[in-house]
Write a protein that binds this ligand. Structure first.
Ligand code: UDP
Length: 252
């Protein structure tokens, strides 16, 4: 196959030009980074797991009518997605206090929030993705008021879907981050869920034991990240019991 043109290389994924106009190939790498890339490692098999898990979540969203960029999985590490113009915001939804919110507001990790709380961070690695308010977003033109209404509604629908799916397999969805992108259809612009949904961008705790099954395992040196992600994939039936991401032939 002809070598594809690289469009962008991020921390965990590389984007290549897709086979048709308006498409992109997302390649999931094994690289793990945390604390704005101050901590880095290569975790064998992580890319395969995130590719499969993101496919699973995006397909579920499609089935319940939440628009997203996923078209189809190409192979163990790559998926074809719709090209879109990424809105420069990280959209975070929290059901329980953890991470930066727990620290910032002095709330004990794991405290249930009175309702889902949506936060926005500016996507800017140099600045460390600072938290921004809707005032900032409107004043600097990162998104319009109509966009913000649509983004909030997308974020809350993803939250309800993901919380339910995770609840079904004994996992508490503590928080997660999504990114949204603009697509143009004739004269209309629409916002869709983009990037990825995987344990790299969620906090997932076992409901019984509280065990962490997400990137905090890497951030806080709590054990094997591949084991944690494999457990999520196994419970969701994304990966058959006994299969490991290092033995791709076992994964259907
Ligand atoms: N998150 C992410 N990418 C980021 C920042 C946060 O995917 O650049 C996710 C993170 O995994 C968690 C949620 O967003 O599920 C909330 O993260 P938080 O603000 O607590 O930041 P952290 O403590 O991870 O630095």
């Amino acid at each position: 196959m002809a070598r594809r043109k690289k469009i962008y290389e991020g921390k965990a994924k590389t984007l290549f030009e897709g086979p048709e106009p308006g498409t992109i190939v997302q390649y999931f790498k094994d690289d793990a980074t945390a604390f704005n890339a101050e901590k880095q490692d290569v975790i064998e098999g992580k890319g395969v797991l995130n590719n499969m898990l993101s496919e699973y979540f995006m397909q579920g969203l499609t089935q319940i009518g939440v628009p997203n960029h996923f078209i189809r999985r190409i192979n163990m590490r790559e998926q074809l997605v719709r090209a879109c113009e990424i809105v420069p915001l990280e959209v975070i939804v929290r059901n329980f206090a953890a991470g930066s919110m727990a620290q910032r507001l002095g709330i004990e990790e794991g405290t249930q929030l009175p309702r889902p709380v949506v936060e926005y961070c500016l996507k800017d690695d140099k600045l460390g993705d600072p938290l921004v308010s809707e005032e900032h977003i409107a004043a600097f033109g990162w998104a319009s008021q109509q966009d913000m209404d649509d983004i909030l509604s997308l974020a809350l629908r993803v939250n309800d879907f993901l919380s339910g799916v995770m609840f079904g397999v004994g996992i508490k969805l503590v928080d997660f981050k999504i990114e949204v992108g603009r697509v143009y259809e004739g004269d209309f612009m629409r916002l869709i869920v983009a990037d990825e949904i995987s344990p790299d961008s969620c906090r997932l705790w076992d409901m019984e034991t509280g065990e962490k099954l997400d990137k905090d395992v890497f951030r806080r040196d709590l054990g094997s990240l591949t084991d944690a992600y494999s457990e999520v994939a196994r419970r969701l039936g994304v990966m058959p019991k006994g299969a490991t991401p290092m033995k791709p032939t076992l994964i259907n």
